[in-house]
Design a protein around this ligand. Sequence first.
Ligand SMILES: Nc1ncnc2c1ncn2[C@@H]1O[C@H](COP(=O)(O)OP(=O)(O)OP(=O)(O)O)[C@@H](O)[C@H]1O
Length: 251
Amino acid sequence: MHQTPPTPSTIVDLVKVSKTYHPDTQALVDISLNVCQGEILFLTGVSGAGKTTLLRLISHIERPTKGMIEVAGIDLGKLPRNKIHLLRRKVGTAYQDFKLLSDRTVADNIAIAMEVIYRPSSHIEQRTRTLLDQLDLATKYNTRAGDLSRGEQQRVAIARAVANNPEIVLADEPTGNLDAETTARVMELFYQLNRQGTTLLIATHDRSLFADTGHRVIELRSGKIKSTVNRSLKNISEPTEEVHTVQESEQ
Ligand SMILES: Nc1ncnc2c1ncn2[C@@H]1O[C@H](COP(=O)(O)OP(=O)(O)OP(=O)(O)O)[C@@H](O)[C@H]1O
């Protein structure tokens, strides 16, 4: 019997969100956006368009000047400080500043994410080795993070972001320092997570990451949504045919 597929539920919801940095930089202006559970959404746009700011608002590193943001059922405007860890467990972030502990080993940097939620050490070691293998860093297990190249540090930050299989992964230029082969490895890791249900928001200048993938692409310009290429959400991970047209906003 033919069954209608379930309607995907919203996991990230922004309503009329603006962000002005002191004194008067309008980084985001009146952004409304919702992301479905299990979706891969690409954010693109020229430097300064507001991509990083949008991700930082969703991860609650920055606060909006106006508007409402809900992430995995949590209204960020009402989230008390002592509950922020609940959001951190649901959202993995890999940003351009990496924030690695340079005096600790690669393995330690990844393990930290799992130690804070009391994963057993056997699980932590196995998960760390699997991720390093997937990201072509197996030989760097005991290397100090400070001794790695930028591209290697970037991959360690990605491994740390995904170590706990969070519900949502926010990645800012995750392949910015990588060659084509390593980029393909990182993207394969993301697609693998997505097949397991993780929602991905990826900010990138690299059009090859989303060209012909069938995933939704939002282009920001001067803090506004300039265009959206909507695609079918019927299948959450496999590339699908494009079913909607590009919509230019009425700016
Ligand atoms: N902490 C801050 N204080 C003041 N202005 C900021 C701050 N962070 C970002 N901005 C400004 O906000 C605007 C949007 O910046 P944002 O980093 O979000 O853009 P982006 O699209 O991610 O750029 P890039 O591709 O270069 O990373 C820019 O004009 C930037 O200078």
